[in-house]
Design a protein around this ligand. Structure first.
Ligand SMILES: Cc1cc2nc3c(=O)[nH]c(=O)nc-3n(C[C@H](O)[C@H](O)[C@H](O)COP(=O)(O)OP(=O)(O)OC[C@H]3O[C@@H](n4cnc5c(N)ncnc54)[C@H](O)[C@@H]3O)c2cc1C
Length: 460
């Protein structure tokens, strides 16, 4: 029987699949998670209307939490500016620590005027509409003309939200801004099907003609666009929809111009050329710019990891072992470039290892592959003794941390299910931590065995 305790920091898909794998090998696993609920982006990133997918993942994750040697502490952020530092985790003497904190840093372009109001990162915007506190309570106001930078699936989700599901006044036009051309889209056809009815076919044809000559330099032919990346152009919209979706290709943002209130009013975009580089294409700035009117701008260009976690960090990533032999294990080992040494027993998996890389299946694969190496490490590592989960709970309480255990997660799920049922909704979420904590307490009180009033008999 394996002995020892492994800490997992972050309970998104990568962390939960990692925790399950290590627990299944017989180790005690203690998971620390920033959010009250487990699930990460499966809970707070995946599009709200994908009820079945989200419920399926939640069910799977809840099953993992049933493992008796897998312990959960939600509402416990780890990091340099967080209540629990990595050094404090290490002080508890775990055999290994697996970091699966996802990509919580924000990628910016460093544009003049980038501090203007009305500019959001896709991650934060998505957290807001998926009701992750504290983003739920922040201002993500949207105007009539929205620019989304980037052409991936996250762009599609955001356009779908803006044009279809966002409550209140929806934008008149959403424009996708892309540094390359119509053949370099990154979204899946199945995802774009959700918004194709908004695509303004006429404006799209005009846009293709506008970039025709520049993309021909890469042997790209705009007449092939409907047969390849935009099959929707071959047919009329499946239903006429309000809210136009347009594209602006070969354009890179270079400055944000705010109005007198400090909100974006225009975006200056550089006109790009398209060049061939091996079997791919790259964009190249020209000296021409165009000013475009927007009152909202959302970056959907992928994220970086959080530099304040406390792991060695460089250029948006945590540093892993650059082992020249190319051993697979090295890619998961945290590396201190100052000392030139691997940080013994510390591993990264999932989006914490490779930011914004792929779907849940990929995060799972990465976590499980990484854990093969963690398990090999554990088999040879010196034995260490960490506090038990209840001793850790005691320590967290001593630090006045209001942590959430597995039982509380189940009570919260029950409270939210009851709300969904009561309001005839497919799903319901409390949108602040206070509401979640209060709901847990109500459920706990309701499910506590009732004290028999004094004088009651057992007869009933
Ligand atoms: C907008 C969007 C839509 C998506 N839609 C889909 C989809 O439809 N289908 C699909 O398969 N995939 C989708 N994905 C991709 C999928 O969400 C990711 O592949 C997956 O969630 C990555 O898992 P992860 O565990 O590495 O990171 P995350 O899911 O980000 O999990 C990170 C976890 O770490 C915790 N954490 C963060 N910082 C700390 C800290 N300092 N201390 C403690 N805990 C911390 C967080 O609370 C979170 O629980 C989508 C992604 C996005 C952004």
């Amino acid at each position: 029987m394996a002995q020892g305790t492994v800490f997992v920091v972050g309970a998104g898909p990568a962390g939960l699949f990692a925790a399950r794998k290590i627990a299944a090998a017989g180790y005690e696993v203690v998971v620390f998670n920033r959010d009250i609920k487990p699930g990460g982006l499966a809970e707070y990133g995946i599009y709200p209307q994908k009820f079945h997918m989200k419920a399926g993942l939640r069910k799977q994750f809840f099953k993992f939490l049933e493992m008796p040697n897998l312990h959960y502490f939600g509402n416990v952020p780890v990091g340099q500016n967080a209540p629990l530092a990595i050094s404090e985790l290490q002080h508890w003497n775990p055999m290994a620590v697996v970091f699966s904190v996802g990509a919580q840093g924000t990628k910016k372009l460093g544009l003049p005027g980038e501090e203007s109001k009305g500019l959001y990162s896709a991650k934060d915007f998505v957290f807001n509409y998926n009701q992750l506190p504290p983003f739920t309570s922040m201002d993500f106001s949207v105007g009539r003309r929205v620019a989304i930078i980037g052409m991936g699936n996250v762009m599609v989700d955001i356009a779908r939200w803006l044009l279809q599901d966002m409550p209140g006044q929806k934008p008149e036009e959403v424009t996708v801004i892309a540094r390359r051309g119509p053949f370099e889209v990154k979204f899946d056809e199945k995802e774009f099907d959700h918004i194709e009815m908004h695509l303004d076919r006429q404006v799209m044809q005009d846009e293709l003609r506008r970039v025709e000559e520049r993309i021909r330099a890469c042997d790209q032919d705009i007449s092939k666009v409907p047969d390849t990346s935009f099959p929707w152009l071959k047919r009329p919209p499946s239903r006429p929809a309000e809210g136009r979706l347009t594209f602006r290709f070969l354009s890179s943002p270079s400055a944000v111009i705010p109005d007198a209130q400090g909100r974006i009013t225009r975006l200056t975009a550089i006109e790009n050329l398209l060049l061939r580089k091996g079997d791919t294409t790259v964009s190249k700035f020209t000296d021409q710019t165009t000013d475009l009117d927007f009152d909202t701008l959302i970056y959907a260009i992928g994220d970086v990891v959080d530099p304040t976690l406390g792991l060695p960090y460089e250029k948006g990533s945590y540093i892993t072992n650059p082992d020249p032999s190319g051993a697979e294990r090295a890619a998961y080992e945290v590396f201190d470039s100052q000392t030139g040494k691997v940080l013994e027993g510390q591993f990264v998996v999932g989006w914490a290892r490779k930011a914004s890389d792929g779907l849940v299946g990929k995060a799972r694969f990465d976590a499980e592959q990484g854990c093969n190496h963690v398990l090999k490490y554990l088999a040879e590592a010196p034995q260490k003794t960490a506090p038990t989960a209840s001793e850790i709970a005691h320590e967290l309480a001593r630090k006045s941390l209001r942590f959430i255990d597995k039982e509380a997660v189940r009570l919260l799920a029950r409270a939210e299910e009851a709300q969904a049922k009561a309001h005839n909704l497919p799903a319901f979420k409390f949108s602040t931590n206070e509401e979640m904590l209060a709901a847990i307490e109500r459920e706990r009180a309701a499910s506590a065995p009732r004290q028999a009033p004094v004088g009651d008999t057992e007869a009933a």
